[in-house]
Design a protein around this ligand. Structure first.
Ligand code: FMN
Length: 171
């Protein structure tokens, strides 16, 4: 599959099958995550693999958007390691670093025939407390991961993309 074909094939999976993700596939996905660029290569990001019944139940408590996935990744960053924007008091690279790492994960999962859904419909502070994360971490997103159910399909929204000239300005 070429990169273009992979981006065409990907869609947000909102119905997963119960089939477990093979350990080798999970390992490959996490290796790819580690290759993503991060600000100053500080690698402030942290990935939690929510895999046990207890961890998945907690994820379901946080959001209705786990969609039956057998596992879920939770992306957070270490505030002390994130790159602080010069001259800005409350801005650092943490969200961007998590976003690019999670995008690598999403596309590698797609290459391996797995589905994902990017989820921000939850309270990051509740996630931090429910999983007992260190004080200096901020949770950014959840990503259910697994095989799409045989009857899963993209939502209509998936096909509603703005024309390129609506989002690109050449100056
Ligand atoms: C930053 C971000 C947050 C999202 N949060 C959620 C979410 O909480 N729940 C959900 O079901 N989908 C969520 N999505 C998936 C989007 O709804 C989906 O990407 C969008 O509708 C386009 O569909 P597609 O991914 O199939 O192309 C999110 C996507 C992004 C990029």
């Amino acid at each position: 599959m070429t990169f273009s074909e992979m981006t065409e094939a990907r869609y947000s999976v909102k119905k997963f099958s119960e089939k477990n993700v093979e350990e080798e596939k999970l390992k490959k996905i996490l290796e790819i995550a580690g290759k993503a660029p991060t600000a100053r290569n500080a690698q402030c990001i942290r990935i939690y693999v929510l895999k046990t019944n207890d961890a998945i139940a907690k994820a379901r408590e946080l959001t209705p958007c786990i969609y039956g996935a057998p596992l879920c990744l939770m992306f957070s960053y270490n505030i002390d390691e994130a790159y602080p924007y010069p001259g800005e008091t409350n801005r650092n690279s943490g969200d961007e670093d998590c976003a690019i790492v999670a995008t690598h994960v999403m596309l590698e999962a797609s290459e391996l025939g797995l589905g994902t859904c990017w989820v921000n419909n939850f309270s990051p502070s509740k996630a931090k407390s429910i999983f007992n994360l260190p004080e200096n971490e901020t949770v950014v997103l959840l990503m259910p991961l697994g095989y799409a159910s045989p009857d899963a399909k993209p939502l209509a929204k998936h096909f509603e993309k703005k024309a390129i000239d609506e989002i690109v300005t050449v100056l």
